[in-house]
Design a protein around this ligand. Structure first.
Ligand code: GAL
Length: 421
């Protein structure tokens, strides 16, 4: 009895000590008396954090008196970070700066709510207006003002494939849906999982679906869909849902317990032949798994999307009410500089957002993505926040998740349509 009581008291004391010593975000920022700039993102772990670390290092070299805190929250595509960010923003405890996708995610969530400072003066001072493509500046602007600085451009519609698996099977990577299904059948016969998927975080399945949508609709109709000029229950959307459903028949059985890195790993190891993922997967293949572009793995545009570029841009802005706006601007200046972009992007797998970055720093894939960005029709990503408001993205992720298990394409399309309202 005495022993039990002793343990209970000890546990109570520990609880009290933990509660007293637990700090708020603001306290953590003030460690050692110096106010730290907390850089908020979801870039932790394999394939994600190397670029960020290189950028922070570059900033610290240039600004020795401004300490940085890497406040990243794990979870692909912001699965957990977005909820943490929302609660911090609502509690008037904004990070010094945070990762946000250009397009609806920035403009409809944060700018429309009056939570961001315009950055036109910074663009003016740095001479940036003609250093970023107009299409990108549009994505980070609302009502004529610019609200964030793009650090990169990711391409979403990429099909990655294991070279050896394809060579051994005498197959070519598919560029149309017909080719995809023929190739997938041939691989299946050989006992190889044709398509890797890791939708433990449901956005990964939405990512696959949006690439199919782009492949069926083409960039013009895809744009119309998100602009509200094409109905969500258009026959072409249903066709895309059906094709997406057929593709799901070729994925690994354990897809719902894997994340995007685990799924990419199946391709890296040759246990699966292909996966559809943004080109952060290239950063993962090359920097984390030590694979060689066009030797160990190859890439093509996802079926039907050659000539289209699903744009994903990670940007950082200046939230209202931060304690050191001038220091945040210094960070954004480094992030938007040629040097900053060239430190970050070769590691991240993305291409620089700036038009004047140093092409020689990028590998064969990076160079081909830069060319594709210039020559393709651009399409905003749904899964990564550009095409539609966050509320719709959340509902779309839920609808996709249900479809993945139930495969009812009519119900799927009607859920998407209802969510649009
Ligand atoms: C995207 C983001 C990328 C990458 C990816 C996977 O939303 O734009 O930079 O982090 O998620 O987490």
């Amino acid at each position: 009895m005495k022993v039990k009581l002793g343990f209970t008291l000890l546990a109570l004391c520990m609880l009290i000590i933990t509660a007293c010593s637990s700090t708020t975000n603001s306290d953590a920022k003030k460690e050692d008396g110096a106010e730290k700039l907390d850089i908020f993102s979801w870039w932790t772990g394999a394939g994600e954090e190397d670029g960020l670390k290189a950028l922070i290092q570059l900033f610290e070299e240039k600004n020795k008196d401004i300490p940085i805190e890497n406040a990243a929250v794990a979870g692909g595509a912001g699965t957990n970070a977005k909820a943490v960010l929302t609660s911090r923003m609502q509690g008037n405890d904004p990070p010094a700066t945070f990762q946000v996708h250009g397009g609806a995610e920035l403009n409809e969530s944060w700018v429309a709510a009056g939570k961001m400072e315009p950055l036109d003066d910074l663009y003016e001072k740095e001479g940036w207006k003609d250093k970023f493509p107009e299409s990108l500046i549009d994505l980070v602007s609302k009502d004529g003002k610019i609200y964030s600085v793009p650090v990169n451009i990711h391409r979403g519609n990429v099909l990655w494939y294991n070279k050896k698996v394809f060579d051994d099977a005498g197959l070519e990577p598919p560029t149309t849906f017909d080719e995809f299904f023929k190739t997938a059948d041939a691989l299946k016969k050989k006992g190889i999982t044709p398509l890797a998927l890791g939708d433990k975080e449901p956005w990964a399945a939405t990512h696959l679906f949006e690439s199919v949508l782009l492949g069926v609709l083409g960039a013009d109709d895809y744009q119309k869909l998100w602009a509200g000029d094409m109905k969500m229950d258009d026959a072409k959307v249903k066709e895309a849902a059906d094709i997406f459903g057929r593709m799901l028949e070729y994925v690994n059985d354990d897809h719902s317990s894997r994340n995007w890195q685990d799924a990419s790993q199946l391709v890296a190891k040759g246990e699966a032949a292909m996966n559809v993922m943004g080109d952060w997967a290239k950063g993962y293949f090359v920097n984390d798994l030590d694979l060689k572009v066009n030797k160990d793995f190859g890439y093509v545009a996802t079926p039907g999307t050659e000539g289209s570029f699903m744009v994903i841009t990670d940007t950082f802005g200046l939230p209202k009410g931060v304690e050191q706006p001038e220091n945040v601007k210094k960070f954004l200046s480094v992030l938007g500089s040629v040097e900053g972009q060239d430190a970050f992007n070769p590691l991240k797998g993305s291409i620089p957002a700036r038009v004047d970055a140093d092409v020689s720093k990028y590998d064969e894939y990076g160079k081909s993505a830069m060319k594709a960005f210039k020559e393709s029709k651009l399409a905003p990503s749904l899964a990564h926040g550009s095409a539609a408001e966050e509320g719709f993205v959340t509902k779309a992720n839920q609808a996709v998740n249900i479809f993945v298990t139930q495969k009812d394409s009519s119900q799927f399309v009607s859920s998407l349509k209802d969510s649009m309202k």
